[in-house]
Design a protein around this ligand. Structure first.
Ligand code: PMP
Length: 402
């Protein structure tokens, strides 16, 4: 049966699929022993299974199995707002909409702000599932470089001038960026806000990792630098701090656009999974979230140290790597003779050796960074990290011999 003549929307051609997700599905099909540095998922130990089971058994009732309000379950909205009040990012009920994870928040932002051919600034490298969302709405993507202090905001005016357009949106991951692990400096946050106002562009502030700081001091959030700013669209998720499978996140927007967010979400899913929202609400109500965060932060610090130590011991100056103060990821760049190795090609060899990572080009809308790769330290125990780095070293040695 031919599918060539189906009456596709122009947008269908832009739904190209996620390279990050296809690498992880390829991995799921492997049956041999693999140290998995590829997926950005919390470790099994970092999901409070017993408490969640107990909540599911004791707290869910009929109200959990019917339609809920599009903006979110009142119990979760209230718990979330009071939890956030204890942090440096206080908010209010008229700003929050519960979503199906961070991805739905990104989709909502783009659905509301991005038309075909609109210029959207993205980071290079970036979380391409996010930039692909903007592309799916027809955005013209401008990939702007990142250094050890995050997006190089000073470079934006010239880059933008070169396009002849004014940006409509800036997609930025300010803390422990995926994939580079870098954090946007305070000065650059202020500068980005100024530029956003100059251009009348929305900042899509995607911050799944900000609560996972395990070293250093928190930097001021965009919201604290520019309170009640309608150009700020903050996307948050429980995926990295509690469980990605629950599919619960939230967006924090100016009250003046919240109804639009709710309207846009209504045509997507009517409401977010109700039992999952009740479970998260009860987890916060029991006071579990702050203890849980304390526990996983120290676990991730230990794992980050294990990974940077192992990489230094086994690969030394054959690589450079970022040194994040939080989050899940290290960005490793090949040096010297190893630069001749393509990390995309290395993926196959590494898989055969029993270690998986995501090659650099998966994080670029223009297939750059073939000399780099992303390693997730969060989901692997320190002894397995050492084994994985040994295997990665063997794969690099083999690639050099080819
Ligand atoms: N943004 C970033 C930067 C991410 O790393 C991720 C998850 N990998 C998401 C958004 C998506 O989050 P969720 O799984 O909650 O949809």
């Amino acid at each position: 049966m031919s599918v060539i003549n189906l009456p596709y929307a122009a947008r269908a051609a832009r739904l190209t699929g996620s390279v990050i997700d296809s690498s992880t599905s390829l991995l799921a099909a492997q049956t041999h022993d693999i140290v998995r540095f590829a997926m950005g998922s919390p470790s099994d130990e970092a999901v409070p299974l017993e408490v969640l089971r107990d909540i599911a058994a004791s707290q869910l009732d009929h109200s959990s199995f019917t339609y809920g309000a599009t903006e979110g379950e009142p119990a979760l909205l209230e718990q979330l707002v009071s939890y956030l009040a204890t942090l440096s990012e206080p908010t209010s009920l008229d700003r929050i909409t519960i979503t199906a994870g961070g991805m739905q928040g990104l989709d909502l932002a783009c659905k509301i702000f991005v038309d075909p051919d609109d210029l959207v600034i993205i980071e290079g490298p970036t979380y391409t599932n996010g930039s692909a969302t903007a592309a799916s709405y027809g955005a013209d993507l401008l990939e702007a470089p990142v250094d050890e202090n995050g997006l190089i905001v000073e470079a934006l005016p010239d880059l933008v001038r070169g396009t002849g357009k004014t940006p409509k949106a800036i997609y930025v991951i300010p803390n422990f960026q995926n994939p580079s692990g870098t954090t946007l400096s305070a000065g650059r946050r202020e500068h980005l806000l100024e530029l956003a106002h100059q251009w009348n562009a929305v900042i899509i502030d995607d911050d799944p990792y900000g609560l996972l700081r395990f070293a250093g001091e928190d930097l001021p959030s965009f919201q604290s630098l520019s309170p009640a700013d309608p150009l700020l669209f903050s996307v948050r998720t429980f995926s990295k701090i509690l469980s990605p499978g629950l599919r619960v996140g939230w967006v924090d927007t100016d009250p003046s656009i919240r109804q639009l967010v709710i309207n846009a979400k209504q045509s997507m899913d009517t409401c977010t999974n109700v039992p999952a929202q009740h479970m998260v609400a009860e987890f916060i109500r029991r006071g579990g979230l702050s203890d849980h965060l304390t526990m996983i932060r120290s676990q991730y610090l230990e794992r980050k140290i294990a990974m940077t130590d192992s990489l230094q011991r086994h690969l030394g100056d054959r690589v450079t790597m970022t040194d994040p103060d939080g989050g899940f990821f290290l960005w490793v760049t090949l040096q010297g003779e190893d630069r001749l190795t393509s990390t995309s090609a290395l993926f196959e060899t590494a898989l055969a050796e029993g270690v998986a990572f995501i090659p650099g080009p998966a994080f670029s809308s223009t297939s750059r960074y073939d000399d780099s790769l992303r390693l997730c330290f969060a989901s692997t125990s320190p002894d397995r990290i050492e084994e994985g780095v040994k295997r990665l070293t063997r794969a690099l040695d083999l690639a050099r011999m080819l």
